[in-house]
Design a protein around this ligand. Sequence first.
Ligand code: AMP
Ligand code: GLY
Length: 421
Amino acid sequence: MKILIIGSGAREYSIALSLLNDIRLSQLYFCPGNGATNELGENIDIKGNDEIVAFCINNNISLVIIGPEAPLISGLSNKLRENNIRVFGPSKEAAMLEGSKIFMKNILKKYNINTARFISGNNKDELYQFIDNLNDQKVVLKADGLCAGKGVIIANKDEAKDILDDMLSGISFGEAGKNVVIEECLNGFELSIFAICDGDDFIILPSAQDHKRLLDDDIGPNTGGMGAYSPTPLCSDKLLNDIKQEIIKPTLDALKEEGAEFSGVLFCGIMVVDNKPYVLEFNVRFGDPECEVILPLLKTPLLDIINASIDKKIKNFKYEILDKSCVGVVVASKNYPFKTSPKEEIKYSKVNFLSNQLSHISFAGVSNIDGKLYANGGRVFVAVGIGDNIIEAKQNAYQLIENISFQDMQFRSDIANKALK
Ligand code: AMP
Ligand code: GLY
């Protein structure tokens, strides 16, 4: 079968790696892909949902896997389904869980699902009053719309109103910030939980923990994620059960009730406070870099899991996970996450990586010029190490980085340390 993967990051590269050994796969396409994905399949350069649908029809594509949120929110999966093309990814109605923080918080409130206390909208007086009435000194301000992971600001109460003014006026986040969610700041630890859903039922993939800050010890600016590991010992069986019963199940039921049935990957960003899980956010796709450390742990073929979701067969679906651990270290260009960086040649010996099925590099911000790989800026690749435990997996990941380099690359040296404490 021919499969089209939408996206261009290390997440999409890892999805491809998970499919490559499947004998059912005959050809893999990426739209748009990156400078390394064309070694795994063929990059196609088309834009627009109608054009993608036409490509699928003309090329007999059997399955489309949508990696990032933007095409989901734009309704690509609706368009594909209308044309009887199999697609893994929720409808645009269900994708509003990520597309609008106000929509998401209102669902949680209406169906009594645990989340931080909040107010939403654009009425300055009401928003100011909510800030004044908070007991805590910290306030969380969130732009309603998509801001490429940058729309959340945690501020002190005395600066919050100025920040809010800049959001409402459009200075900070343009249209996306003219409506906001303001909420109380929760103090606990964060978990990323991924549920594969078919509208009614779900299965849980191994838990993961992301590292959002740029620098070691969780300091510096927020990023898209500088590394992840899985599974995390921070997620006990009891906690996971609570997350399933108190968060995921009621959310799926709620969306069905609202006429926005959820099929695909539901990514739950959870804050655990005094052993109780609260929803920080939902994403409607695999996390990046979490995806890169979860997929290598699947013993059951990814394609079987995707098919069970699309065919509404998750309820009785049995899947197996390897008894291994996985650590992914993101390597980024010099100016990430602030601005673009100069193109730099990536020096590495392919032999070191391709010979080892388990530990590997997943490429993201790279281009291929005359057969050489260049770092384009942003997050460039993820070194993914696998081992019998987190210590071994971490060693393998950092060992990979010793064999690949480009000018001024930066990465954290403490990925997965939280699991080792
Ligand atoms: P979000 O995009 O909503 O997940 O927010 C991005 C990050 O901001 C989260 O991963 C948390 O680290 C932090 N965050 C969001 N909401 C809260 C909150 N209510 N309390 C504390 N931290 C938060
Ligand atoms: N790792 C967080 C995200 O994918 O948004």
